[in-house]
Design a protein around this ligand. Sequence first.
Ligand code: ADP
Ligand code: MG
Length: 444
Amino acid sequence: MSLISSFWDGFIEKLGKSKDNNPVTYPLLKYAKPIELTEDIITVSVDSPGAQEFLEKRANEIEAALFDHSKKKIKIKFIIKIPSKKNISPPLLSFEPSIEDVFVKSGLNKKYSFDNFAVSTSNQVAYAASQAVVKNPGSAYNPLFLYGGVGVGKTHIAQSVAKKILELDRNKKVYFCPGDNFTNELIESIREKATGRFRKKYRYLDLLIIDDIQFIAGKNAVQEEFFHTFNAIASSGGQIILTSDRPPSSIKNLEDRLHSRFLGGLTVDIQPPDFELRSAILLIKAKEKGIEIDIEAVKIIAERITDCRGLEGALLSIYAKTFGSKEKIDLEAVELFFSQNNGEKKKRINPSEVIKTVCSFYNIKQSHLKSPSRAASIAFYRQIAMYLLEKELGLTLAEVAGMLNRKDHTTALHAKHKIGNLILRDPNLKKEIDIITQSLFQST
Ligand code: ADP
Ligand code: MG
Protein backbone atom coordinates (compact mmCIF):
# COMPACT_ATOMS: atom_id res chain seq x y z
CA MET A 1 0.00 0.00 0.00
CA SER A 2 1.31 3.42 -0.92
CA LEU A 3 2.18 5.99 1.69
CA ILE A 4 -0.69 8.22 0.73
CA SER A 5 -3.33 5.51 0.95
CA SER A 6 -2.08 4.19 4.25
CA PHE A 7 -2.05 7.73 5.62
CA TRP A 8 -5.58 8.42 4.36
CA ASP A 9 -7.01 5.05 5.42
CA GLY A 10 -5.57 5.50 8.89
CA PHE A 11 -7.10 8.95 9.11
CA ILE A 12 -10.53 7.72 7.96
CA GLU A 13 -10.45 4.81 10.36
CA LYS A 14 -9.70 7.09 13.28
CA LEU A 15 -12.35 9.55 12.17
CA GLY A 16 -14.91 6.75 12.01
CA LYS A 17 -14.27 5.92 15.64
CA SER A 18 -14.42 9.45 16.90
CA LYS A 19 -17.69 10.31 18.56
CA ASP A 20 -18.09 13.94 17.56
CA ASN A 21 -18.29 13.15 13.90
CA ASN A 22 -20.33 15.20 11.48
CA PRO A 23 -22.81 12.67 10.05
CA VAL A 24 -22.36 13.99 6.53
CA THR A 25 -18.68 14.84 6.47
CA TYR A 26 -17.54 11.38 7.49
CA PRO A 27 -19.36 9.37 4.79
CA LEU A 28 -18.29 11.87 2.14
CA LEU A 29 -14.66 11.61 3.22
CA LYS A 30 -14.93 7.85 3.34
CA TYR A 31 -15.84 7.75 -0.33
CA ALA A 32 -13.25 10.33 -1.32
CA LYS A 33 -10.05 9.07 -2.94
CA PRO A 34 -6.62 10.35 -1.90
CA ILE A 35 -4.81 11.69 -4.95
CA GLU A 36 -1.70 13.49 -3.79
CA LEU A 37 0.10 14.12 -0.52
CA THR A 38 2.88 16.70 -0.17
CA GLU A 39 4.56 18.14 2.94
CA ASP A 40 1.55 20.24 3.82
CA ILE A 41 -1.27 19.57 1.38
CA ILE A 42 -3.42 16.54 0.76
CA THR A 43 -5.57 16.43 -2.34
CA VAL A 44 -8.55 14.11 -2.45
CA SER A 45 -11.16 13.58 -5.11
CA VAL A 46 -14.89 13.44 -4.66
CA ASP A 47 -17.41 12.64 -7.32
CA SER A 48 -19.81 15.52 -7.30
CA PRO A 49 -19.74 19.30 -7.11
CA GLY A 50 -22.17 19.04 -4.19
CA ALA A 51 -19.77 16.95 -2.16
CA GLN A 52 -16.91 19.26 -3.05
CA GLU A 53 -18.77 22.35 -1.92
CA PHE A 54 -19.96 20.72 1.27
CA LEU A 55 -16.49 19.55 2.24
CA GLU A 56 -14.77 22.80 1.31
CA LYS A 57 -17.03 24.63 3.74
CA ARG A 58 -15.85 22.28 6.46
CA ALA A 59 -12.17 22.32 5.52
CA ASN A 60 -11.18 23.91 8.86
CA GLU A 61 -12.88 21.18 10.81
CA ILE A 62 -11.27 18.48 8.68
CA GLU A 63 -7.84 20.10 8.87
CA ALA A 64 -8.14 20.14 12.63
CA ALA A 65 -8.87 16.43 12.57
CA LEU A 66 -5.90 15.90 10.24
CA PHE A 67 -3.70 17.73 12.70
CA ASP A 68 -5.06 15.55 15.46
CA HIS A 69 -4.15 12.47 13.48
CA SER A 70 -0.74 13.43 12.14
CA LYS A 71 0.38 16.19 14.47
CA LYS A 72 1.21 18.16 11.36
CA LYS A 73 -0.45 21.19 9.79
CA ILE A 74 -1.90 19.78 6.58
CA LYS A 75 -4.26 21.60 4.30
CA ILE A 76 -6.90 19.66 2.42
CA LYS A 77 -7.99 20.24 -1.16
CA PHE A 78 -10.97 18.69 -2.92
CA ILE A 79 -11.17 18.02 -6.61
CA ILE A 80 -13.92 16.39 -8.61
CA LYS A 81 -13.06 13.27 -10.42
CA ILE A 82 -15.53 11.67 -12.71
CA PRO A 83 -14.89 7.95 -12.70
CA SER A 84 -13.77 7.19 -16.21
CA LYS A 85 -13.01 3.94 -17.90
CA LYS A 86 -9.31 4.76 -17.97
CA ASN A 87 -9.14 4.76 -14.19
CA ILE A 88 -10.70 1.38 -13.84
CA SER A 89 -8.12 -1.19 -14.75
CA PRO A 90 -9.73 -4.33 -16.07
CA PRO A 91 -9.28 -7.48 -14.05
CA LEU A 92 -6.50 -9.60 -15.48
CA LEU A 93 -8.62 -12.52 -16.46
CA SER A 94 -11.87 -11.06 -17.57
CA PHE A 95 -14.47 -12.56 -19.79
CA GLU A 96 -15.98 -9.93 -21.98
CA PRO A 97 -19.72 -9.83 -21.22
CA SER A 98 -21.88 -10.84 -24.15
CA ILE A 99 -23.77 -8.07 -25.88
CA GLU A 100 -26.99 -9.61 -24.51
CA ASP A 101 -25.64 -9.20 -20.97
CA VAL A 102 -24.88 -5.58 -21.76
CA PHE A 103 -28.43 -5.07 -23.02
CA VAL A 104 -29.91 -6.56 -19.87
CA LYS A 105 -27.66 -4.45 -17.67
CA SER A 106 -28.78 -1.38 -19.56
CA GLY A 107 -32.44 -2.12 -18.89
CA LEU A 108 -33.21 -3.22 -22.45
CA ASN A 109 -35.65 -5.82 -23.65
CA LYS A 110 -34.53 -8.09 -26.44
CA LYS A 111 -37.94 -7.71 -28.10
CA TYR A 112 -37.25 -4.25 -29.49
CA SER A 113 -34.85 -3.17 -32.20
CA PHE A 114 -34.78 -1.17 -35.42
CA ASP A 115 -34.72 -4.48 -37.30
CA ASN A 116 -38.29 -5.19 -36.30
CA PHE A 117 -39.55 -1.62 -36.38
CA ALA A 118 -41.77 -0.69 -39.33
CA VAL A 119 -41.75 2.88 -40.60
CA SER A 120 -44.68 4.72 -42.10
CA THR A 121 -46.02 8.26 -42.31
CA SER A 122 -47.20 8.25 -38.69
CA ASN A 123 -43.74 7.61 -37.25
CA GLN A 124 -41.23 8.56 -39.92
CA VAL A 125 -40.15 11.84 -38.32
CA ALA A 126 -39.57 10.10 -35.02
CA TYR A 127 -37.65 7.39 -36.84
CA ALA A 128 -35.45 9.90 -38.68
CA ALA A 129 -34.76 11.83 -35.48
CA SER A 130 -33.78 8.66 -33.66
CA GLN A 131 -31.39 7.75 -36.47
CA ALA A 132 -29.81 11.19 -36.17
CA VAL A 133 -29.33 10.57 -32.45
CA VAL A 134 -27.64 7.25 -33.14
CA LYS A 135 -25.23 8.99 -35.51
CA ASN A 136 -24.49 11.98 -33.29
CA PRO A 137 -25.45 11.19 -29.72
CA GLY A 138 -25.35 14.16 -27.40
CA SER A 139 -25.23 16.70 -30.17
CA ALA A 140 -27.97 16.21 -32.73
CA TYR A 141 -31.04 16.68 -30.59
CA ASN A 142 -30.79 16.87 -26.86
CA PRO A 143 -33.14 15.82 -25.49
CA LEU A 144 -35.06 13.89 -28.06
CA PHE A 145 -38.60 14.09 -26.74
CA LEU A 146 -40.99 11.53 -28.26
CA TYR A 147 -44.66 11.65 -27.47
CA GLY A 148 -47.80 9.87 -28.56
CA GLY A 149 -50.69 7.73 -27.37
CA VAL A 150 -50.57 4.24 -25.93
CA GLY A 151 -48.98 1.63 -28.16
CA VAL A 152 -47.68 3.89 -30.92
CA GLY A 153 -44.16 2.52 -30.48
CA LYS A 154 -42.43 5.04 -28.18
CA THR A 155 -40.81 2.42 -26.01
CA HIS A 156 -39.89 0.35 -29.04
CA ILE A 157 -38.11 3.20 -30.79
CA ALA A 158 -36.33 4.46 -27.66
CA GLN A 159 -35.04 0.99 -26.84
CA SER A 160 -33.90 0.56 -30.43
CA VAL A 161 -31.72 3.67 -30.19
CA ALA A 162 -30.14 2.37 -27.00
CA LYS A 163 -29.46 -0.99 -28.57
CA LYS A 164 -27.93 0.49 -31.69
CA ILE A 165 -25.64 2.74 -29.69
CA LEU A 166 -24.43 -0.23 -27.67
CA GLU A 167 -23.94 -2.32 -30.78
CA LEU A 168 -21.69 0.39 -32.15
CA ASP A 169 -19.77 0.66 -28.88
CA ARG A 170 -20.59 -1.66 -26.04
CA ASN A 171 -18.54 0.36 -23.58
CA LYS A 172 -21.02 3.20 -23.78
CA LYS A 173 -22.86 3.68 -20.53
CA VAL A 174 -26.50 3.39 -21.46
CA TYR A 175 -29.51 3.16 -19.22
CA PHE A 176 -33.17 2.77 -20.04
CA CYS A 177 -35.36 3.69 -17.12
CA PRO A 178 -39.15 3.73 -16.85
CA GLY A 179 -40.27 7.05 -15.34
CA ASP A 180 -41.86 5.47 -12.30
CA ASN A 181 -38.70 3.46 -11.61
CA PHE A 182 -36.65 6.65 -11.57
CA THR A 183 -39.08 8.07 -9.03
CA ASN A 184 -39.15 4.98 -6.83
CA GLU A 185 -35.41 4.51 -6.93
CA LEU A 186 -34.78 8.11 -5.93
CA ILE A 187 -37.26 7.98 -3.05
CA GLU A 188 -35.69 4.74 -1.87
CA SER A 189 -32.19 6.19 -2.03
CA ILE A 190 -33.26 9.26 -0.07
CA ARG A 191 -34.72 7.01 2.58
CA GLU A 192 -31.58 4.92 2.74
CA LYS A 193 -29.39 8.03 2.68
CA ALA A 194 -27.73 6.67 -0.44
CA THR A 195 -28.33 9.51 -2.88
CA GLY A 196 -24.61 9.47 -3.69
CA ARG A 197 -25.02 6.03 -5.21
CA PHE A 198 -28.09 7.17 -7.11
CA ARG A 199 -26.18 10.08 -8.59
CA LYS A 200 -23.23 7.93 -9.52
CA LYS A 201 -25.55 5.66 -11.39
CA TYR A 202 -27.36 8.39 -13.33
CA ARG A 203 -25.10 11.36 -13.78
CA TYR A 204 -22.26 9.83 -15.77
CA LEU A 205 -24.25 8.13 -18.48
CA ASP A 206 -23.63 8.44 -22.20
CA LEU A 207 -27.29 7.82 -22.85
CA LEU A 208 -30.19 8.05 -20.43
CA ILE A 209 -33.70 7.20 -21.53
CA ILE A 210 -36.59 7.98 -19.24
CA ASP A 211 -39.65 6.24 -20.62
CA ASP A 212 -42.92 7.93 -19.68
CA ILE A 213 -41.36 11.01 -18.13
CA GLN A 214 -44.83 12.38 -17.27
CA PHE A 215 -44.61 10.26 -14.10
CA ILE A 216 -42.11 12.61 -12.49
CA ALA A 217 -44.43 15.61 -12.74
CA GLY A 218 -45.79 16.97 -9.49
CA LYS A 219 -43.09 15.31 -7.38
CA ASN A 220 -40.75 18.08 -6.36
CA ALA A 221 -37.74 16.18 -5.10
CA VAL A 222 -37.83 13.97 -8.16
CA GLN A 223 -38.05 16.88 -10.57
CA GLU A 224 -35.21 18.62 -8.79
CA GLU A 225 -32.99 15.55 -8.99
CA PHE A 226 -33.91 14.94 -12.60
CA PHE A 227 -33.05 18.54 -13.46
CA HIS A 228 -29.52 18.06 -12.12
CA THR A 229 -29.23 14.63 -13.73
CA PHE A 230 -30.21 16.16 -17.03
CA ASN A 231 -27.69 18.97 -16.74
CA ALA A 232 -24.87 16.69 -15.64
CA ILE A 233 -25.40 14.32 -18.55
CA ALA A 234 -25.99 16.96 -21.19
CA SER A 235 -23.04 19.09 -20.12
CA SER A 236 -20.65 16.17 -20.38
CA GLY A 237 -21.80 15.35 -23.88
CA GLY A 238 -24.29 12.59 -23.05
CA GLN A 239 -27.62 12.09 -24.76
CA ILE A 240 -31.07 12.13 -23.18
CA ILE A 241 -34.20 10.62 -24.68
CA LEU A 242 -37.58 11.16 -23.08
CA THR A 243 -40.91 9.64 -23.98
CA SER A 244 -44.32 10.73 -22.83
CA ASP A 245 -47.97 10.20 -23.59
CA ARG A 246 -48.35 13.97 -24.14
CA PRO A 247 -46.25 16.96 -25.23
CA PRO A 248 -44.26 18.88 -22.59
CA SER A 249 -46.75 21.73 -22.52
CA SER A 250 -49.55 19.35 -21.52
CA ILE A 251 -47.70 17.74 -18.62
CA LYS A 252 -49.39 19.18 -15.56
CA ASN A 253 -47.31 20.29 -12.59
CA LEU A 254 -44.07 20.18 -14.50
CA GLU A 255 -41.48 22.67 -13.24
CA ASP A 256 -40.83 25.52 -15.67
CA ARG A 257 -37.12 24.87 -15.85
CA LEU A 258 -37.75 21.25 -16.83
CA HIS A 259 -40.35 22.32 -19.33
CA SER A 260 -37.85 24.60 -21.01
CA ARG A 261 -35.15 21.90 -20.93
CA PHE A 262 -37.54 19.49 -22.63
CA LEU A 263 -38.20 22.00 -25.37
CA GLY A 264 -34.48 22.67 -25.79
CA GLY A 265 -33.97 19.69 -28.07
CA LEU A 266 -36.35 18.18 -30.55
CA THR A 267 -39.96 17.31 -29.76
CA VAL A 268 -41.58 14.81 -32.10
CA ASP A 269 -44.97 13.20 -32.01
CA ILE A 270 -45.86 9.71 -33.13
CA GLN A 271 -49.34 9.31 -34.55
CA PRO A 272 -51.52 6.21 -34.27
CA PRO A 273 -50.57 3.67 -36.93
CA ASP A 274 -52.47 3.72 -40.21
CA PHE A 275 -53.79 0.60 -41.91
CA GLU A 276 -50.56 -0.08 -43.82
CA LEU A 277 -48.43 0.22 -40.71
CA ARG A 278 -50.76 -2.03 -38.74
CA SER A 279 -50.52 -4.65 -41.48
CA ALA A 280 -46.73 -4.39 -41.50
CA ILE A 281 -46.56 -4.74 -37.71
CA LEU A 282 -48.76 -7.82 -37.83
CA LEU A 283 -46.52 -9.40 -40.44
CA ILE A 284 -43.44 -8.65 -38.34
CA LYS A 285 -44.99 -10.08 -35.18
CA ALA A 286 -46.22 -13.19 -36.99
CA LYS A 287 -42.80 -13.80 -38.46
CA GLU A 288 -41.10 -13.40 -35.07
CA LYS A 289 -43.44 -15.92 -33.50
CA GLY A 290 -43.19 -18.32 -36.41
CA ILE A 291 -46.90 -17.97 -37.12
CA GLU A 292 -48.00 -18.49 -40.72
CA ILE A 293 -50.68 -16.10 -41.80
CA ASP A 294 -52.40 -15.23 -45.09
CA ILE A 295 -52.16 -11.67 -46.28
CA GLU A 296 -55.96 -11.54 -46.54
CA ALA A 297 -56.20 -12.50 -42.88
CA VAL A 298 -53.66 -9.81 -41.99
CA LYS A 299 -55.77 -7.20 -43.73
CA ILE A 300 -58.92 -8.12 -41.85
CA ILE A 301 -57.17 -7.97 -38.48
CA ALA A 302 -55.47 -4.67 -39.33
CA GLU A 303 -58.81 -3.22 -40.37
CA ARG A 304 -60.62 -4.23 -37.21
CA ILE A 305 -57.95 -3.58 -34.62
CA THR A 306 -56.48 -0.14 -34.56
CA ASP A 307 -53.92 -0.18 -31.77
CA CYS A 308 -50.56 -1.92 -31.86
CA ARG A 309 -50.93 -3.75 -28.58
CA GLY A 310 -54.30 -5.11 -29.61
CA LEU A 311 -52.77 -6.42 -32.84
CA GLU A 312 -50.34 -8.66 -31.07
CA GLY A 313 -53.04 -9.86 -28.68
CA ALA A 314 -55.45 -10.70 -31.48
CA LEU A 315 -52.76 -12.50 -33.42
CA LEU A 316 -51.97 -14.67 -30.43
CA SER A 317 -55.63 -15.43 -29.65
CA ILE A 318 -56.36 -16.42 -33.23
CA TYR A 319 -53.25 -18.53 -33.32
CA ALA A 320 -54.22 -20.28 -30.10
CA LYS A 321 -57.69 -21.01 -31.49
CA THR A 322 -56.49 -22.38 -34.80
CA PHE A 323 -53.50 -24.23 -33.43
CA GLY A 324 -53.67 -27.91 -34.25
CA SER A 325 -56.59 -27.57 -36.64
CA LYS A 326 -54.91 -25.42 -39.28
CA GLU A 327 -51.45 -24.99 -40.71
CA LYS A 328 -51.81 -21.26 -41.01
CA ILE A 329 -54.13 -18.45 -40.08
CA ASP A 330 -56.44 -17.80 -43.01
CA LEU A 331 -59.40 -15.58 -43.72
CA GLU A 332 -61.84 -18.14 -42.37
CA ALA A 333 -60.02 -18.41 -39.02
CA VAL A 334 -60.02 -14.65 -38.61
CA GLU A 335 -63.67 -14.25 -39.46
CA LEU A 336 -64.61 -17.04 -37.10
CA PHE A 337 -62.59 -15.34 -34.37
CA PHE A 338 -64.29 -11.99 -34.77
CA SER A 339 -67.78 -13.44 -35.02
CA GLN A 340 -67.19 -15.54 -31.90
CA ASN A 341 -65.89 -12.53 -30.08
CA ASN A 342 -68.96 -10.53 -30.95
CA GLY A 343 -71.16 -13.49 -30.13
CA GLU A 344 -69.66 -13.70 -26.68
CA LYS A 345 -70.28 -10.04 -26.08
CA LYS A 346 -73.88 -10.29 -27.18
CA LYS A 347 -74.51 -13.22 -24.92
CA ARG A 348 -72.91 -11.72 -21.89
CA ILE A 349 -74.94 -8.57 -21.39
CA ASN A 350 -78.60 -7.91 -21.77
CA PRO A 351 -80.24 -4.66 -22.93
CA SER A 352 -81.63 -3.68 -19.54
CA GLU A 353 -78.11 -3.75 -18.15
CA VAL A 354 -77.02 -1.20 -20.73
CA ILE A 355 -79.88 1.12 -19.80
CA LYS A 356 -79.22 0.65 -16.11
CA THR A 357 -75.51 1.41 -16.52
CA VAL A 358 -76.08 4.54 -18.60
CA CYS A 359 -78.58 5.81 -16.01
CA SER A 360 -76.36 5.17 -13.05
CA PHE A 361 -73.34 6.68 -14.81
CA TYR A 362 -75.21 9.91 -15.56
CA ASN A 363 -77.32 9.85 -12.43
CA ILE A 364 -80.71 9.79 -14.07
CA LYS A 365 -83.81 7.69 -13.51
CA GLN A 366 -84.57 4.76 -15.82
CA SER A 367 -88.22 5.76 -15.88
CA HIS A 368 -87.21 9.15 -17.29
CA LEU A 369 -85.09 7.59 -19.97
CA LYS A 370 -87.97 5.42 -21.09
CA SER A 371 -90.59 8.18 -20.74
CA PRO A 372 -92.02 10.16 -23.71
CA SER A 373 -90.23 13.30 -22.47
CA ARG A 374 -88.27 15.07 -25.16
CA ALA A 375 -86.38 17.34 -22.78
CA ALA A 376 -82.92 17.82 -24.26
CA SER A 377 -81.20 16.86 -21.01
CA ILE A 378 -82.82 13.43 -21.06
CA ALA A 379 -82.84 12.94 -24.82
CA PHE A 380 -79.06 13.04 -25.02
CA TYR A 381 -78.60 10.18 -22.54
CA ARG A 382 -81.34 8.24 -24.27
CA GLN A 383 -79.35 8.57 -27.47
CA ILE A 384 -76.25 7.28 -25.75
CA ALA A 385 -78.17 4.27 -24.51
CA MET A 386 -79.51 3.63 -28.00
CA TYR A 387 -76.08 3.98 -29.53
CA LEU A 388 -74.65 1.42 -27.12
CA LEU A 389 -77.55 -1.01 -27.55
CA GLU A 390 -76.96 -1.04 -31.27
CA LYS A 391 -73.20 -1.02 -31.27
CA GLU A 392 -72.35 -3.26 -28.35
CA LEU A 393 -75.27 -5.69 -28.34
CA GLY A 394 -75.97 -5.74 -32.04
CA LEU A 395 -79.72 -5.13 -31.59
CA THR A 396 -81.61 -4.03 -34.69
CA LEU A 397 -82.67 -0.39 -34.82
CA ALA A 398 -86.29 -1.42 -34.31
CA GLU A 399 -85.36 -3.44 -31.22
CA VAL A 400 -83.34 -0.51 -29.88
CA ALA A 401 -86.27 1.86 -30.34
CA GLY A 402 -88.58 -0.64 -28.67
CA MET A 403 -86.33 -0.95 -25.60
CA LEU A 404 -86.78 2.76 -24.98
CA ASN A 405 -90.48 2.89 -25.79
CA ARG A 406 -90.01 4.70 -29.10
CA LYS A 407 -92.28 3.70 -31.93
CA ASP A 408 -90.07 4.63 -34.82
CA HIS A 409 -86.69 3.06 -35.62
CA THR A 410 -85.44 6.31 -37.20
CA THR A 411 -85.02 7.69 -33.67
CA ALA A 412 -82.47 4.93 -33.08
CA LEU A 413 -80.83 5.58 -36.43
CA HIS A 414 -80.52 9.27 -35.62
CA ALA A 415 -78.99 8.43 -32.22
CA LYS A 416 -76.50 6.06 -33.81
CA HIS A 417 -75.22 8.70 -36.22
CA LYS A 418 -75.28 11.57 -33.81
CA ILE A 419 -73.38 9.89 -30.98
CA GLY A 420 -71.08 8.15 -33.43
CA ASN A 421 -70.06 11.52 -34.86
CA LEU A 422 -69.82 13.26 -31.51
CA ILE A 423 -67.42 10.64 -30.20
CA LEU A 424 -65.03 11.43 -33.01
CA ARG A 425 -64.95 15.09 -32.06
CA ASP A 426 -65.34 15.07 -28.31
CA PRO A 427 -62.65 13.16 -26.44
CA ASN A 428 -64.46 13.58 -23.13
CA LEU A 429 -67.59 11.98 -24.43
CA LYS A 430 -65.52 9.21 -25.92
CA LYS A 431 -63.90 8.60 -22.56
CA GLU A 432 -67.28 8.47 -20.83
CA ILE A 433 -68.63 5.99 -23.32
CA ASP A 434 -65.49 3.89 -23.07
CA ILE A 435 -65.91 3.75 -19.31
CA ILE A 436 -69.54 2.70 -19.62
CA THR A 437 -68.66 0.04 -22.17
CA GLN A 438 -65.82 -1.28 -20.08
CA SER A 439 -67.93 -1.50 -16.98
CA LEU A 440 -70.61 -3.35 -18.91
CA PHE A 441 -68.22 -6.05 -19.98
CA GLN A 442 -66.42 -6.23 -16.70
CA SER A 443 -69.46 -6.61 -14.49
CA THR A 444 -70.47 -9.84 -16.14
P1 ADP B 1 -45.75 2.83 -26.48
O1 ADP B 1 -44.49 2.81 -25.68
O2 ADP B 1 -45.86 4.00 -27.37
O3 ADP B 1 -46.98 2.67 -25.62
P2 ADP B 1 -44.75 0.31 -27.49
O4 ADP B 1 -43.41 0.73 -27.95
O5 ADP B 1 -44.84 -0.43 -26.21
O6 ADP B 1 -45.75 1.56 -27.46
O7 ADP B 1 -45.44 -0.53 -28.67
C1 ADP B 1 -46.55 -1.40 -28.45
C2 ADP B 1 -46.37 -2.65 -29.28
O8 ADP B 1 -46.48 -2.35 -30.65
C3 ADP B 1 -45.02 -3.31 -29.10
O9 ADP B 1 -45.18 -4.70 -29.17
C4 ADP B 1 -44.22 -2.80 -30.29
O10 ADP B 1 -43.22 -3.73 -30.64
C5 ADP B 1 -45.29 -2.69 -31.35
N1 ADP B 1 -45.01 -1.61 -32.30
C6 ADP B 1 -45.38 -0.32 -32.21
N2 ADP B 1 -44.97 0.38 -33.28
C7 ADP B 1 -44.30 -0.49 -34.05
C8 ADP B 1 -43.62 -0.38 -35.31
N3 ADP B 1 -43.57 0.78 -35.97
N4 ADP B 1 -43.04 -1.50 -35.83
C9 ADP B 1 -43.11 -2.66 -35.17
N5 ADP B 1 -43.73 -2.84 -33.99
C10 ADP B 1 -44.31 -1.77 -33.43
MG1 MG C 1 -44.22 2.67 -23.63
